[in-house]
Design a protein around this ligand. Sequence first.
Ligand SMILES: O=C(O)CCC(=O)C(=O)O
Length: 294
Amino acid sequence: MKELSAEQRRQWKTDGYLHLEGVLDADQVAFFANEMDRIRRLPGWEPDRRQGKELPIGHYAWLDHARDLDPAGFMDRRDLLSYHQAFIDLIDAAPVFDYVVEIMGPNILLSMTQAITRPADPQFPGYTHTDGGESLRLTRLAESSPPVALKAMYLLSDVPRENCGNLTVFPGSHLRQIPFNEDGPKYPQSRMTPYSPGAAQLTGAAGDVYLFPHALWHGPSRNESGNARKVLLYNYCQLWVRCYDYDAIPPEAQRATPRQRRLLGDLGYDFRPGSYFYVPNDQTEVIRGANPAG
Ligand SMILES: O=C(O)CCC(=O)C(=O)O
C-alpha cells in the first residue's frame, strides 16, 4: 500500500487536511462528472424540504430525481453505490484508500457516499460546519489519536482561485475548537463563515482529492466562477461507529470484492451482539491484504 510522506503526515497532524494532486485522470474525471449529470435524473436520496418541520435537520428524502434537472444546478445525492460499478470500485481505490488506512487503521467502514454539485450562485453565502452532527462536533480527540471518521473529497471541477465554491477549511480546528453558535439551529453551522479570520479556501484541479477528518471545521465558499463545482465524497469511520447511508448491509455488497464487502459492513458472519464492537479475526488481513480482490 502507498504511504504518506513525512511532510504529509506532519500536515495532516497540524493542519488537519491533505491535498492529493492528480488522483483521478482526465478520463475518470469526465466519467464521474457525466455520471453526476446522469444520476440527477434518477431516483435517489436528496435533501428534504421538510427539514426542521416534520423531519430533523439534515435528513434526506427519496425523490424521483434531483430538484434541479439542469446539470449545472444544485444536487446533493447520497448513497451512490447502486448507480454504477465504478462507484463501488472507488471505495478502496489506491492511493486514497491506502492513506485512509494509514491514518485511521484497519478497523474501518465506508460510512457514506455523496455527490454534490454547487452551482454558480451569487445568492449562496457559503457556510462552515463539522461533520458527524451535534455529537461529534463536541468531540475533540488527542493529537496522537486516529480520527473517528474522515472524508475523501474528489474534485471533479477545477477550482483555480477563491470563490469558486472552494472547500474552505479552518486549519488546526480538528484539535482546537472554533467558536460556534451553541444556541442556534441544531444543524451544526458556525457563526464563523468561509470569510472569517483563519479560514483558508483551498484551490485545486479536477482529479485532486482532499482528505480531512469530520472534526475539521469546513464548508463551501461562495461560487462566483460562473461554473458549477462538482465533487464526490467518500466517508470512512471506525468500525464501531457504523454506516449512515443505510441501516443494513447494502445489496451492492454482492457486486463487491471481499475487502469492499467488509467496508460495507459484511463481517463474514451473521450479526450478533459484539459484532462491530469487536473486530473480526481477519480484519487486518482483509483490509491490508496483498490481494484484497480475493
Ligand atoms: O460542498 C462542499 O464544498 C462541502 C461539502 C461539505 O460541507 C461536506 O462535505 O461536509
